[in-house]
Design a protein. Sequence first.
Length: 187
Amino acid sequence: MARKKEYIEQEVIEKAMSVFWRHGYEKTSMQMLEREMGINKFSIYSSFGNKHGVFLETLKSYQSKLKDMFDRFENTNNGVADIKQFFYDSVSIGYDANNEKGCLLTNTYNEFAKGDDRLIKEQMNRFMDNLKLSFQKKLRLDSAKSEAVVMKQANYLVLAKHGLAAAARVNTKEEIEDYIEMTFTNL
C-alpha cells in the first residue's frame, strides 16, 4: 500500500525555491533541500524524481508567481512607460520579506548559459526571447522609432534587465530606483 504524503507539494516547492534562489542550482545539495523542505530524500525522489525535477518545479512555480505582473505588462499600451513600470514591478518582488533578492529566472539564465542542460537552457532562452519580443512590441508603439532603433533598444533593455536583476541582489532600494530612472532617461 502506498504511503500517504504528509506534506503539500506546493509548500515544499516554495521552500526549495528559496534555497535555489539563494544558492543557485549547482551549490544546492540534496541535504540542503531536505532540511529546507522538511521532507526526506525518499519523499523528494518519490515526488520529483531528483534535484533536477525539484528545480524544474520551482521554475514553474516562480513563473506562475510572475504571471500577474507579466499579464499587466502585456495588457497595457503605454510603450516605454510600460517597460519602465515592468522594471519597477520586477524588483518589487525582492522587497517582499518572503522572497530572495534578484530574479530567480535571471539567476538561472546566468548559471545555465554555458552549461549542457538543454531543458533548462531552452526554458530560459524562451523566457528571454519572449521578454525581448515584449520589449520590441512596446517600443514599436512609438511610430517615430525605426525598426533598427527598436531592435537596438530591445537588446539594451534585455541587458539592462539582467543588470537590474543582479544589482537587486546587493544594492539598496534607492540605488535600484536610480538605476531604473537612468536606464529610461534616453529611451
